[in-house]
Ligand binder design. Structure first.
Ligand SMILES: Nc1ncnc2c1ncn2[C@@H]1O[C@H](COP(=O)(O)OP(=O)(O)OP(=O)(O)O)[C@@H](O)[C@H]1O
Ligand SMILES: [Mg+2]
Length: 487
């Protein structure tokens, strides 16, 4: 069965399948000239991000290649046979499309060399079946964030450093088409009435898109990569995020069903830590995860994953985290894991932690462990609950045993900068002490924070709970000392 129709010139409509939505194809009109995508796709910025100029002017050749790409793409669309496209396996479709592109390129013989032809083919394939210019970046496993500030200004983060990429969209319309394709894949839409949206790529990466009038300079998009294998505890230890001794303690605490909050700023590594810690939940316990945009990758067999749903265009149908926490308590969970607590669900989560769902975990945006406690209070107060402060603090102090503070330290590396234990109340105040801390001491030659991890010498109250469960802790774990990262 062939893929291509004989009807030349007819406008082919691609099926609404994930990788071939009709409105996501590139239109025929000549585009604004843009720079090509040289390899490597990104260059390291010498200056701070905002000071980086765009790459130089576009050459005539670049303009020719860009226009050729658009022309090829349009010819391809015109010649695709929709019926066959629907029924053929995706690999066959891709293979045949490649053959057709090669054939179309033959007509340009002499004008493009074989390297250009190969690149054009890849780019047209990306436009037709993937996410256009983003595909180059998505294929690069070292990139952790893709930040599209504007169609022609895309930053990427790798190894904690932000770089200006030379990849770019043709214009705002092109960027918008790719955004539409991404949000369409998860059954959402973005338009003037709902100009911001969360979505997810097929590889699990988290996407946020925002368009005018809210975004002033045209559509913008932020992608947090979660493709491939999630980072493991061993990776974090190797990267110096914390020493093995700290993980010995945290893993024992998770097994022993301590309630843990991971606190940190944006992109400080909270979700990664939550993922890693969840590995220590015994396989026979029933875990329910609740997230706004699912990104946790729990390894356990007994997990039910729940995700919120935004309101539709009529403003109906919203299911928020609080609804899900309430529902999940009827699903007989042993533990509840909330991706990030940021609203009215906070009180329900504390209640769950206090009432038979010990070993629950969540993350929270705060700059240090003390702030994390204040944030909890503020979130509950803002949700309109009229609870006396003392009662609220009592609830917090009895629900939470540990606060793990994550931070992106100078130079961009992520570290656990403190592990603190909540021990109860004294008067009006929640009592807390640090068990492990990272003591910073300047920066090294590469601009990375230097420092050492310290065990503060305090034996935690929860050590007894841990040992009562038959989990043995190393004898010297809590002795006051500096701990080597590799230990
Ligand atoms: N210790 C680490 N070393 C290197 N990279 C890390 C480390 N921890 C996390 N990362 C990477 O940093 C990025 C941000 O991590 P993560 O999503 O866990 O942060 P977050 O605090 O949950 O972010 P957000 O505030 O956006 O939810 C991810 O790409 C992750 O793979
Ligand atoms: Mg997160």
């Amino acid at each position: 069965m062939g893929l291509f129709s004989n009807k030349n010139g007819g406008t082919a409509v691609l099926p609404a399948a994930p990788d071939a939505a009709p409105d996501s194809l590139i239109p025929a009109p000549a585009p604004a000239p843009v720079a090509p995508r040289p390899a490597p796709a990104v260059k390291v910025m010498a200056a701070p991000p905002m000071a980086q100029p765009n790459p130089g002017p576009t050459s005539e050749r670049t303009t020719y290649l860009t226009q050729l790409k658009v022309r090829l793409h349009q010819q391809l669309v015109n010649r695709l046979d929709v019926q066959n496209l629907r029924v053929l396996p995706p690999e066959t479709v891709r293979g045949e499309v490649r053959v057709l592109i090669r054939e179309l390129c033959q007509n340009e013989k002499g004008l493009i060399n074989s390297a250009d032809q190969e690149r054009l083919m890849d780019e047209v394939m990306d436009e037709t079946f993937g996410l256009g210019p983003l595909e180059t970046l998505l294929k690069d496993g070292t990139i952790s964030d893709i930040l599209v500030n504007r169609f022609d200004r895309i930053y990427v983060e790798r190894k904690g450093r932000i770089e200006l990429s030379e990849v770019r969209f043709r214009d705002n319309q092109h960027l918008r088409q790719i955004i539409d394709r991404i949000v369409g894949l998860v059954g959402r839409r973005i338009d003037e009435t709902s100009p911001m949206v969360d979505a997810r790529l097929q590889d699990g990466s988290r996407v946020n898109a925002i368009i005018p009038p809210l975004a002033l300079d045209g559509p913008a998009m932020s992608i947090r990569r979660f493709g491939g294998k999630p980072m493991q505890v061993e990776d974090l230890i190797r990267h110096g995020a914390f020493p093995a001794a700290v993980m010995d303690f945290l893993s024992a605490a998770v097994q022993a069903r301590c309630n843990v909050i991971i606190s940190g700023g944006t992109g400080s590594g909270k979700t990664t830590l939550l993922n890693c810690l969840s590995r220590y939940i015994p396989a026979d316990e029933r875990v329910i995860t609740i997230e706004d945009a699912a990104e946790l990758q729990l390894q356990q067999p007994h997990v039910v994953r729940l995700e919120t749903r935004p309101a539709n265009v009529e403003g109906k149908g919203e299911v928020n985290q609080r609804d899900l926490v309430k529902n999940c308590l009827r699903m007989r969970p042993d533990r509840v894991v909330i991706g990030e607590c940021r609203g009215p669900e906070t009180l329900d989560m504390l209640q769950a932690m206090n009432t038979g769902h010990e070993g629950s975990m969540t993350t929270i945006h705060a700059n240090n462990a003390r702030d994390a406690l204040s944030r909890l209070e503020v979130m509950i107060a803002m949700a309109g609950y009229d609870i006396p402060m003392r009662a609220l603090r009592h609830q917090i102090s009895s629900a939470i045993q540990l606060i793990v503070q994550a931070r992106r330290v100078t130079g961009g590396r992520r570290k656990v900068v403190s592990v603190s234990e909540i021990t109860g109340m004294e008067g009006e105040a929640v009592q807390m002490h640090d068990l492990f801390v990272f003591e910073a001491s300047g920066v090294d030659g590469d601009g990375h924070a230097k420092g050492r991890f310290i065990a503060t010498g305090i034996r935690p109250k929860c050590a007894e709970k841990i040992e009562n469960r038959g989990i043995r802790l190393p004898a010297d774990l809590f002795l006051r000392r500096a701990i080597d990262s590799a230990q």
